[in-house]
Design a protein around this ligand. Structure first.
Ligand code: ADP
Length: 230
């Protein structure tokens, strides 16, 4: 089981320190929940871990080797909290094929991967639909599928259930369960940690710009952090 390790990561927007010496270990096939009040730095941390923000201080290791921002971008995928912000193709099928086309995957192989991905994410019935007409739950699955198709080792999701109804939440949870079984490491930033309690390996709590708790869901529950509802 390979690990992604953040070591003494700090990050500032201008003069404002948003992450202070964060240490975090993620493992393939495991789900980590990242919780904490709004503004404590969760999104910034996920964007750093997925190579969307430049490193400033500290380092990130994959399989014990230091990785660059570009290598991190290839190793990981980031799903925005509003799926419609990252979906821009005219059909679901094209959305899923887009990343593969961009990386020069040969056409027959690409079609096969798209077929398998639509099946895996239970999106066959909306294959030819305009993503703009989908429910939030379906759109979230399309967003996740279009990232997962590129075979990231780690997937980061920012509040993936915030915009969803109960059925949409359940669909996303089932989809994360299947991805964990495939061996992908997942980090979910969430205000609803209890929703993922059956899948979670570790809960990480942040306060202001620091990590102040790492432990199991039960340990987290008994801590009773006031800024997160259980
Ligand atoms: P969270 O995801 O926990 O709500 P964020 O990582 O979004 O926290 O934000 C952490 C802090 O950084 C907040 O105070 C926020 O206002 C600030 N911040 C976020 N993005 C930017 C940005 N692009 N420029 C300046 N400050 C930002």
């Amino acid at each position: 089981m390979k690990m992604l390790e953040a070591i003494d990561i700090s990050f500032s927007y201008g003069k404002r320190l948003v992450l202070k010496q964060i240490n975090l270990t993620l493992r393939e096939g495991e789900l980590v929940l990242l919780t904490g009040a709004n503004g404590c730095g969760k999104t910034t941390l996920l964007k750093l871990l997925s190579g969307l923000l430049p490193f400033q201080e500290g380092q990130i290791l994959y399989n014990k080797k230091k990785v660059s921002q570009k290598e991190l971008r290839d190793l990981t995928g980031y799903v925005f909290h509003n799926p419609f912000e990252q979906i821009f193709n005219f059909t679901v099928e094209h959305e899923i094929a887009f990343g593969l086309e961009n990386t020069g995957v040969e056409r027959q192989r690409m079609l096969k991967i798209v077929d398998e991905t639509l099946e895996f994410f239970k999106l066959n019935s909306v294959r030819f639909k305009d993503p703009g007409t989908l429910s939030c739950g379906q759109a979230q699955r399309v967003a996740i599928a279009s990232i997962v198709v590129l075979k990231p080792k780690f997937l980061f999701l920012d509040e993936p259930t915030a915009m969803l109804d109960d059925e949409g939440c359940k669909q996303v949870k089932d989809c994360l369960k299947a991805l964990l079984e495939e061996g992908i490491g997942i980090v979910v930033a969430t205000h609803e940690p209890a929703f993922f309690s059956q899948l979670v390996s570790t809960v990480v709590h942040m306060s202001f710009n620091s990590v102040d708790f790492v432990g199991s869901f039960d340990q987290f529950k008994s801590k009773g952090f006031e800024d997160v509802e259980i």
